[in-house]
Design a protein around this ligand. Structure first.
Ligand SMILES: [Zn+2]
Length: 247
């Protein structure tokens, strides 16, 4: 195998290694973001849950007070009814009747209030149940995600160590000026960095390269760049089908 072919091969390996490194770095970077995303959601739902619990507590206190008031006035009415039997003059009688009427009227209003309060309590309790389930579901999801992300991050870091060695090996086989051109392209253009030329078309930019450049490329002596997109290029036939080329 010629030195030229070996260098092109190492450049292709380098590109594959670098692509994988980027993917793995992305996995490692994304992991804490994904986890904190769900943590934020849990926090919001938990706050809502707490607020709702407080409101339910308040409504229950209100309900208790209302029940007491109804009961108190009911017993007042009951007492008045008993007294009524013993009243002797009609003026006192009417006064007591009026008082009883007022108490009954107030209690009827309280009963209405009680019904509304109970409805409110029921709907809020149902909502609380939904929220509690939701929080629990998200906490389970969070635990699972965290475990999953820890595994993925650990695996990614292990793989990155291997790749760093592979990168070093590949880089050693590539001349320094070519390597710096490779880095230059990598930071400025989208993939590929090193593109096969098929029937004189650069597969990086899909534009035909000049005939003289193509002839030079086919010689396979010097590593060349596409005159249009500046990507490193090689002639596809130098690599596949190899048997035919060799034969
Ligand atoms: Zn090109």
């Amino acid at each position: 195998m010629s030195l030229y072919i070996k260098q092109i091969e190492q450049l292709i390996i380098l590109q594959r290694v670098d692509d994988e490194i980027l993917q793995l770095q992305d996995v490692i970077e994304q992991a804490p973001r994904k986890i904190s995303g769900i943590e934020e959601k849990i926090q919001i739902q938990s706050n809502q849950k707490e607020e709702l619990t407080e409101r339910i507590e308040l409504l229950n206190q209100q309900k208790k007070k209302l029940y007491q008031e109804i009961e108190e006035d009911n017993s007042k009415i009951k007492k008045s009814k008993n007294k009524l039997m013993m009243v002797e003059n009609s003026r006192e009688y009417h006064a007591m009747m009026r008082e009883m009427d007022n108490l009954e009227k107030t209690n009827r209003l309280r009963e209405d209030e009680k019904v509304a309060l109970e409805e409110d309590l029921e709907s809020k309790s149902n909502l609380l149940l939904v929220l509690e389930n939701e929080v629990q579901r998200m906490q389970e999801e969070h635990a699972e995600l965290k475990k999953d992300m820890e595994t993925k991050t650990r695996e990614a870091k292990q793989r990155l160590e291997q790749l760093s060695q592979e990168r070093k090996n590949a880089s050693q086989a590539i001349p320094a000026p070519i390597l710096s051109r490779y880095e230059f392209i990598r930071h400025r253009l989208s993939n590929p960095i090193i593109a096969p030329v098929e029937e004189s078309i650069c597969t990086g930019c899909h534009i035909s390269i000049p005939p003289q450049t193509f002839i030079e490329l086919q010689k396979g002596i010097q590593i060349m760049s596409c005159p249009n997109c500046q990507r490193l290029i090689f002639w596809k036939n130098h690599f596949e089908p190899e048997e035919e080329t060799v034969a």
